[in-house]
Design a protein around this ligand. Structure first.
Ligand code: IVH
Length: 683
């Protein structure tokens, strides 16, 4: 029986790994997404029941779920050096001369590659299995991010073909441009601050504590070097080819060049073409191909003498500033926007650039009619770097920042120390009111997916709602057949929409269902400035219900763990406004959750695992595993799925895998039997 289960787990593991590989590396599939998910669920279930058979290369590691509080520091076996940089072709020609001189021959070749804009990673494989992933860090030592790296679908957990017994491979973890764009769109919808660029986001993501979040971020990885003792490949090209046959994601953009002129051709070719690639690249890397010749040339203290990088200059263009417009955000923050004469930049037509705030306008001394330089570096949104003062029209006058809200005419305010101006008319300024409703229905708040921003706008335009509380007065009769107009933001076209009976029904049902949304999400949905999801959870946990929070003093709010003055002030301000108090009352009478639901059975448990990380493995007599895990959480602990240096306890049941036990023993993790666990928890 058990050997049958083991071989079934093996079969599912191999099958799923095969489908992952062909899907992500060959862009094809042999089964549907649904079938894949079913197989994965089956494997997850079996592994939960028989953890002793879970393989190291199990695709379930890719889903994440492990929390790492602090990452282990690991010394690199070979230092992770950087590359010499150049921005000019003359410097490159110099480099070529140095190589020729160093080798004493003109018989050498280069491999040119793109310089991927991400974060360097080092992966160690032993006997075909991924053992360790480490960031570059300071080049000598980095952070061990193995669990997070395992969530990256193109990093093989197990290799194919004829692999060296032990070796290291290095490459670049990156966030594809599309993924980054989508992530920022989502953040914008949720009213969260936007991320600056894909590289920083990839770097931050790799160091996140919760690997399940990392898995959702859809990072990718290109590999470009192979390191180890007595390895077969004698050239860099052969190494790349070997990496590819082993199942690594090697970018097909590399090229062998016999002369420096061919290198220049490569540079020119990719100068424009690189913008069509799914990831950001900021230059190219030129490497001497032969391993022996690389050795001969050796290293300086910081970088190899056999390689150099050529960086493309940040793309810049000149165009005219047609106008400065001002956008009003959900919180009332004003963002000035430069409306430009369309200009082609880095492969896209640029019409607008953010001017951030009044300080930026002052710094640039930018005026309507100016010729301006627009640049697109790593950032997605282009920026204006300077004004061409020589071309400034003689009649130009300095920009006067607006003093009134462009939407509602209210006088703007600017708090001390803040860069942005705000429109204080929270209750009647259309984008603010509408934005608050959009925030209220968003996924992390009430999650009323059936109502999108377009419908919300339609409901405002048709005077069916004036604010959040009116949502719960909508019914099938007034929604069904409602016609409204939608403006396409890109083309400016106006399209007609109407709510059909099925949609009307869905909206009513999802509003009804949202009444079960927990208090902390309702609180987050109110859109109190600086009260994000985590802060809302902390406030809900502390005050338990809305009445206690509404009547709390500034000092009482400050007492909440990790809540600072800025938040406390904002909460006090919010509930000081009569309209907001009325909103709460109306939502209360509509039946929304205004207090936290305590879990009765676990209310009085001792917090014996407070702040501790616990791994549960094996089969237990008195509890099933999930029950045990939620008990640990109720006692203040965090449950992780694999053992790391941060694990405080391993609760070990029967039939647990020997590898886990061995690891726990090696790391000195405290191991608890079921009986010891019961005793410790006073259960
Ligand atoms: S080779 C000895 N190849 O650039 C250095 N690096 O400045 C060997 N990078 O830390 C690195 N694309 O993060 C190499 N095709 C490529 C690369 C690349 C991006 C990054 C890498 C490295 C940095 C060096």
């Amino acid at each position: 029986m058990s050997s049958e289960i083991k071989s079934h787990i093996d079969k599912l593991t191999d099958e799923l790994n095969h489908h992952t590989y062909i899907y992500y590396q060959e862009s094809r599939s042999e089964i549907t997404d649904f079938e894949f998910d079913q197989l994965l669920k089956e494997l997850e279930k079996l592994e939960a029941e028989y953890p002793q058979y879970q393989r190291e290369d199990s695709p379930t590691h890719r889903v994440g779920g492990t929390i790492t509080k602090s990452f282990n520091t690991v010394h690199h076996k070979y230092p992770m050096l950087s590359l010499g940089n150049t921005y000019s072709k003359e410097d490159l020609a110099e480099f070529d001369k140095r190589v020729e001189k160093g080798l004493g021959t003109s018989e050498y070749e280069y491999i040119c590659e793109l310089k991927f804009d991400g974060v360097a990673i080092s992966l160690t494989y032993e006997n075909g299995l991924l053992k360790q992933a480490v960031t570059r860090g300071d080049g000598v030592k980095g952070d061990e991010v193995t669990t997070n790296a395992k969530t990256i679908k193109t990093i093989p957990l197990k290799l194919k073909g004829d692999y060296p017994a032990s070796f290291e491979v290095r490459g670049e973890v990156f966030m594809p441009k599309e993924v980054f764009k989508h992530l920022n769109e989502e953040r914008q919808k949720q009213g969260e601050p936007l991320l600056a660029n894909p590289r920083n986001t990839a770097s931050g993501t790799l160091k996140m504590q919760d690997s399940a979040v990392v898995a959702k971020r859809k990072l990718d990885c290109f590999l470009y070097s192979l390191l180890g003792e007595n390895l077969e490949p004698q050239t860099h090209e052969a190494a790349l080819q070997l990496l590819e046959t082993l199942g690594f994601n090697v970018s097909p953009t590399y090229k062998k060049c016999q002369t420096i002129d061919e290198v220049f051709d490569y540079i020119n070719y990719w100068d424009q073409k690189r913008h069509e690639l799914p990831l950001e690249t900021d230059g190219i890397v030129i490497k001497v191909n032969s391993s022996d010749q690389q050795k001969e040339l050796g290293f300086t203290a910081k970088s190899p003498r056999w390689a150099i990088s050529y960086k493309y200059k940040a793309e810049a263009a000149q165009t005219r500033l047609r106008n400065i417009t001002y956008q009003v955000g959900r919180t009332g923050a004003i963002t000035p926007v430069a409306e430009l004469e369309p200009v082609l930049l880095a492969g896209t037509t640029v019409k607008r650039a953010s001017l951030h705030n009044a300080n930026e306008i002052e710094r640039l001394d930018i005026r309507v009619g100016d010729l301006v330089f627009v640049e697109k570096g790593g950032e997605i949104i282009p920026k204006i770097t300077k004004v061409n003062l020589e071309k400034r029209p003689s009649d130009s006058t300095p920009t006067q920042y607006i003093t009134e809200c462009p939407e509602c005419g209210t006088e703007l305010i600017r708090k001390e120390g803040e860069a942005n101006h705000y429109c204080p008319n929270q209750d009647a300024c259309p984008p603010q009111v509408q934005g608050r409703v959009e925030h209220f229905i968003s996924r992390n708040a009430m999650d009323i997916a059936k109502l999108g921003p377009n419908t919300i706008k339609g409901l405002f335009d048709k005077h069916l709602i004036k604010g959040i509380a009116d949502l719960y007065e909508l019914n099938f009769e007034n929604l069904n057949g409602l016609k409204f107009e939608v403006v396409d933001l890109v083309t400016g076209d106006v399209k007609s929409r109407s709510i059909k009976d099925k949609t009307a029904q869905n909206i009513v049902e999802s509003l009804e269902k949202s009444k079960e949304t927990p208090f902390e999400s309702v609180l987050f949905g109110l859109g109190i400035r600086y009260v994000g999801k985590t802060v809302a959870e902390k406030l809900a946990e502390h005050f338990k219900n809305i009445d206690a929070l509404m009547s709390a003093t500034y000092e009482e709010i400050l007492e909440v763990h990790e809540i600072g003055e800025r938040i406390a002030e904002s909460v006090i301000d919010f509930f000081g406004i009569e309209d907001n108090r009325q909103l709460v009352e109306r939502l209360k009478s509509s039946g929304l959750q205004m207090e936290i639901v305590e879990q009765e059975s676990t209310q009085d448990l001792d917090q014996v695992f407070d702040g501790k990380t616990v791994v549960v493995s094996g089969v237990f007599e008195r509890f099933d595993r999930d029950e045990l895990k939620s008990l640990i959480k109720s006692m203040g602990g965090k449950v992780a799925s694999s053992i790391t240096g941060n694990t405080d306890f391993l609760v070990a049941g029967d039939k647990m895998g020997p590898a886990k036990l061995e690891k726990a023993e090696k790391l000195g993790t405290k191991i608890l039997s079921e009986a010891e666990f019961i005793e410790m928890s006073n259960l």
